[in-house]
Design a protein around this ligand. Structure first.
Ligand code: ZN
Ligand code: ZN
Length: 309
């Protein structure tokens, strides 16, 4: 095969070279005709979220753009507090250098979303993901174990959320507590961006290739919009990302692409990490507030824009 590919590569290179040479005056026209390229994130330089965590219990009375507004942090937190091995000189962190929890553990997931016709969305399930996970507890002796000896298993939990089918923005946003902040369409919990140690969970804790891990409540949950998670729920082709889950105030959370297919960052979103424009909601385009997963902190929610369950 290589024998045939090599000449075709050469030919392609020659043709491209000729186009570049013969088209120096028509660059603008060409770029207008090019199909849009999907923007990809620079996973090697992600801002570290540690300074962007606000705590209401320590006097932070309001949410702030690009921050996570926590109600508080539990005592007896556990996990990894040293991200220096994948932190760059400029203080950003490198997702590609951070160890990942390996494995391929398959679960029997139950997950159902129904509308009851009375204005409620009923979500039921067993909290197990519809994709394989890494091996938890983290295997002693493995590289991730060196940083995070997460000793917890993953177990099933009864899920029952009764959320407003069309949520409304509350008069004031609310701070975010520990435990589930939402539920992913893959059946498992979405946790906010902080660890129980009060640092950036995605940057510190050892996650599997779907951006998830487990905790002391034995609940598998996500902290990062890993490509495998996005592709598992709905591969992105163009335009606005598809729905990836529901936060506990009933608003949806979508993948990291905006209306024009542009890659969003927290700078594009409000203090709760969302915005309002027409989105596909239960089969119809309606103008509705929604959250986005982004590759930068706080990754999913900054505060609850609606009224959390
Ligand atoms: Zn976690
Ligand atoms: Zn949007």
């Amino acid at each position: 095969m290589t024998k045939y590919l090599f000449p075709s590569f050469l030919t392609t290179g020659l043709v491209l070279g000729l186009i570049v040479l013969s088209c120096s005056s028509c660059e603008k026209k060409d770029s207008l005709e090019d199909p849009p390229q999907e923007e990809t994130p620079d996973l090697t330089h992600l801002p570290l979220g540690d300074p962007l965590i606000l705590r209401r219990d320590q006097g932070d009375k309001n949410p702030l753009l690009q921050h996570l507004w926590l109600c508080g942090v539990p005592q007896n937190g556990a996990g990894n507090d040293d991200a220096s091995d994948w932190t760059n000189a400029d203080g950003t962190w490198d997702y590609t250098r951070k160890p990942q929890v390996g494995g391929n553990v398959v679960w029997i997931s139950e997950f159902e979303v129904t509308l009851d016709g009375n204005g409620n969305r009923i979500i039921t399930g067993n909290a197990l993901p519809s994709h394989p996970t890494g091996v938890f507890p983290i295997t002693p002796g493995s590289l991730p174990y060196k940083y995070d000896g997460n000793p917890n298993i993953i177990t099933a939990h009864d899920v029952l959320y009764i959320l407003p089918a069309i949520p409304e923005i509350a008069p004031k946003p609310s701070c975010v507590t520990f435990g589930p902040s939402g539920i992913s369409l893959s059946g498992s919990a979405i946790y906010h961006g902080a660890s129980t140690l009060g640092n950036d969970a995605a940057a510190h804790e050892m996650l599997d290739r779907f951006g998830g891990h487990t905790d002391g409540t034995e609940t598998y949950h996500y902290h990062f919009p890993a490509q495998d998670l996005q592709d598992h729920i709905h591969p992105h082709t163009s335009g606005h990302s598809a729905l990836m889950g529901y936060m506990l105030d009933g608003f949806g959370i979508y993948g990291p692409y905006g209306e024009q297919g542009e890659l969003l960052t927290s700078k594009d979103l409000d203090e709760c990490h969302g915005h309002t424009h027409p989105v596909l909601w239960d089969g119809q385009m309606i103008e509705l507030y929604h959250y986005h997963w982004t590759y930068d902190f706080p990754y999913n929610i900054g505060c609850f824009k609606g009224t959390p369950q």
